[in-house]
Ligand binder design. Structure first.
Ligand SMILES: [Zn+2]
Length: 267
């Protein structure tokens, strides 16, 4: 599932491509991906423009010139492509927004969605989310940590605790901090809390800089999206040598989530 760096990469790249461009129409092949009637959706979009794209946790918010907002969550398996009809990948597209000759295609929206809301509704929907990890200083982070009793893995992916971190980056952050993801949050020393904070900041920034781990490019010639994938330290690297100490990376399950770590250099 795309996490903060993947959605941030989409936000930055899409902002350069579609902001201010008139929407000439839309197409919906899976009405369940929307929260309103497809005809109404198309009517509201046609002639409109996207004036700003914002990211909040794993959501993208497409702010329309009329003041309303499209809220995107890709969930598991969802991705986005932007390009002409000829460039479009041979995949089933659930929702497509037309910008003249170019189309923004939402693919793999099985659990994911593109919902139409007023700005007031959006505030209400997003208010349950925890703080953005990159917006916290160390003191605020320590305060947030105090609310958690469970293990680090489950806490880091809890969107009401910190928003935007999922299965991949929770493991990557723990590895970078040299702390086992199974550790209970209250057991972390002050120094470990600081290491965790620094690892989280550095790793999320690096992942954004390298375009996250999405496998499909956003557009033809996109050289950024997915460049973090080969840099992944432990996630999806079960039994491969730890990049720090060479011991095999452990693959286990924590509360039915995939979890990867090095039992030798993480404590
Ligand atoms: Zn190691």
């Amino acid at each position: 599932m795309p996490e903060l760096p993947e959605m941030e990469t989409y936000r930055q790249q899409l902002s350069r491509l579609i902001l201010g461009v008139p929407i000439t129409g839309a197409e919906v092949t899976r009405s369940k991906s929307l929260n309103i009637d497809p005809d109404e959706f198309i009517r509201k979009l046609t002639g409109n423009r996207i004036s700003r794209i914002e990211r909040r946790a794993k959501h993208l918010l497409f702010h329309l010139a009329t003041g309303d907002v499209l809220v995107l969550h890709l969930m598991l398996g969802g991705w986005i492509f932007y390009g002409t009809q000829e460039e479009k990948p041979d995949r089933t597209v659930q929702v497509e927004i037309h910008f003249g000759e170019h189309h923004l295609s939402f693919i793999g929206l099985r659990l994911g969605y593109l919902h139409y809301h007023t700005s007031t509704e959006v505030e209400k929907i997003l208010q349950k989310l925890g703080p953005e990890p990159l917006g916290l200083d160390l003191i605020q982070f320590r305060r947030v940590l105090r609310s958690k009793k469970g293990n680090l893995k489950v806490s880091l992916v809890d969107q009401s605790f910190l928003s935007g971190i999922g299965n991949c980056y929770s493991d990557e952050i723990c590895f970078e901090a040299r702390i086992l993801p199974l550790r209970k949050v209250p057991s972390l020393s002050e120094n470990e809390q600081m290491m965790l904070y620094q690892a989280m900041q550095a790793l999320l920034r690096e992942a954004i800089q390298f375009g996250g781990y999405m496998e499909e490019p956003l557009f033809v010639g996109d050289r950024l999206t997915g460049q973090y994938n080969p840099r992944c330290r432990v996630y999806d690297r079960g039994n491969e040598p730890c990049p720090r100490c060479g011991h095999p990376v452990v693959h286990t399950e924590v509360s039915s989530r995939k979890c990867f770590y090095c039992a030798h250099c993480q404590v």
